[in-house]
Design a protein around this ligand. Sequence first.
Ligand code: SF4
Length: 501
Amino acid sequence: MKILIVENPRPLSIEHYNDVANAPLSASLNSGYALAIAGRAGWDGAYLDLSDCLDDESAMAEMILAEQADMILIHWVYAWGNEHVLRNILHILEKDRHAAIGAFGLFPSFACQPLSDFAPQLDFILVGEFEATLDELLSNYLVKRTIVSIPGLYRAGGEFVRRELIADLSLLPIPDDTGTNCRYPTMNIATGRGCYGDCGFCFINQYYGCSRRRERSVASFLHELEERLKRRPVNSIYFVDPTFIGRDEKRTGRVSEISSILKCKGLPFGFETRVDTIDEELIGKLADNGASSVFLGIESGCEAALKRINKRISRDQITCAVRAVQNSGIFLSVGFIMFEPDSTLSELVENFTLLEELGLLKHHDQTVNMLYHSQIVLYGSRAWLRFAEQGRLIQDERLPFEAGYRFLHADVARVCHAMKTLSCEYFRLMDRLYRTQGIASSDQFACCHARTPPGVDGDKLNRTLKEAFQAFLRLAGMRDVIQFNALEQIFLDELRSCFPV
Ligand code: SF4
């Protein structure tokens, strides 16, 4: 029996350039784990990455059919309004198929019911943590040649029972190295899953069904690392755990031990972690052991907003953590929701002030990300339910699985809209520049992050973004729409003047 794992076509658009930041990095290992589970269950596995595919739908359907698989399992990631492309492919497949077709991943987990209505060709959807469900599904299918109801598996019209989480992550097979991951010299690896936080905008806990962080054994991590290093050349490691450092690190010394292993192998590494896990001594030790980058979700510079999103950290904790990382020499990137839906103008000022104090607005690449992010609302998320209940959800029938929302304060909405327009122009111009240099859009983030391309006046660009934000803030309350629009135009022209003609 043969299973084909397919990445759905998902062309990157300027409007959604940075929305990918909302997908947990751990999702990058989903297809690799699915292939490994299939291999362990006695199935032949094949992989087809259509994520960057620009072929027509018939050609993509033919590529799938050519694999002659018994089961097609789609790792369906948000396609930002292009979901119909895959639906059309499924429609073509339906005429000529003998394979069972299913979907898995974050998006199908949240949207299983509407996705089944949207794409009725799907025989099943694996909801949440999928490995144990897939294992059982494949074993059953070998014997019965049909899909039977099991926990974790959703079928349109059937009863759904959530599956228990995997009790011991150390027993997972080693994921295959597949797709885009293999193009980069950095290898993604997971040492744990889930998070003990409960941030209102986050999808991690909903995906796993609880606020719990689980760790695998250090021995199983080392085994996976050594096996995967035999497969391809790798010059660094990135930990995709939602929070790499646990709350009990002082007692267990776990990440210290993991980092020592990487030091022995001469591999620098990056990771994401919660602000409240950072301590100066530990971060110094990780830096000594080769930590080269860390991502901290600080999200806001305002205590009231931190409370609203249930971040469970304070402004002081943020300041200490950021300073500790900066003093360690580890490259810091941060997640920040400038435009939280209930923000006030004075909260935006607080946000800007903290970012400046912490030196997080020094480079245009970072500044643009800090000054325009708003919350993303995806179908099935808590935010979707909340805004629907409050009558603030703004839906667009062309985008069935995402939505906008009404800000609580119209002046904040105005600043957000102006910054989004400016940021989209920034991304459009960067994209054009990189294309002329022959760098594909999917590689731009990896290749060029925090670098100013030749011909761009980086300092002026950064200054323009910051001045625009402050000017929009000052004038957001005024009634004169024409004057505000004129201000937007001035900064758009200023931004364009930073790029080569
Ligand atoms: S800290 Fe918050 S945003 Fe980050 S993974 Fe945990 S719950 Fe999600």
